[in-house]
Design a protein. Structure first.
Length: 200
């Protein structure tokens, strides 16, 4: 699972690769901290000191996106249109907004992991900037219980993972091999995507 601006997951099911965006992650957390003059909440310390705003949590959990079937994805436009109004209309402290957001993120992740079990000894490998948020990871472990063991990938791989993945996709494109499975995109067929620019 990747906890970047948004949360997304990838796993094997019935011999097929499944991947999709679960929902929010750092996008909402960074929005809240930047409105208060901070780049981010280091380690989730501010969120840890807050309390859950039940009304805000209920509104976030009720977002229509979570009811859509997979495969599916979201972007910044969705965040601005659907999520920002909920945050802006909630009159509460930064700490409580952050705490509530983390509980929302983890609840939605837990729902998806619990709905897609492959075997009892599931291990959830976590990467992305959110993996460095200690309070988020602790909350995620609590929400998952014994459904899956949460393992945070080493920091060096977190920092370079995206570059490595796109390099792999580029190599597969050069070799005219599939780099975008239809089971992930919902397209009619697999594809080898990307444009190759050769030097003069």
């Amino acid at each position: 699972m990747n906890l970047g601006g948004i949360s997304n997951v990838s796993f094997e099911k019935d011999g097929r690769r499944i991947a999709y965006d679960i929902g929010l992650a750092n996008m909402i957390l960074n929005h809240i901290t930047r409105k208060n003059g901070l780049d981010y909440d280091e380690g989730g310390q501010l969120a840890r000191s807050g309390k859950v705003n039940s009304a805000m949590l209920e509104k976030l959990n009720a977002l229509e996106y979570y009811k859509l079937p997979i495969p599916k994805s979201i972007g910044y436009e969705w965040f601005v249109e659907e999520v920002v109004p909920i945050v802006e209309s909630t009159n509460d402290s930064m700490e409580n907004l952050l705490c509530t957001s983390i509980h929302h993120i983890c609840e939605q992740v837990a729902i998806q992991i619990k709905n897609n079990p492959e075997k009892p000894e599931n291990t959830l490998f976590v990467t992305g900037g959110g993996a460095l948020n200690d309070f988020l990871i602790e909350t995620l472990k609590d929400k998952l219980g014994d459904v899956a063991q949460v393992v945070v990938i080493e920091k060096q791989l977190i920092e370079f993972k995206e570059a490595l993945v796109f390099a792999l996709m580029g190599v597969l494109r050069l070799e005219q091999k599939i780099n975008v499975p239809s089971s992930v995109t919902g397209a009619k067929r697999d594809s080898s995507s990307g444009v190759i620019f050769l030097p003069n």
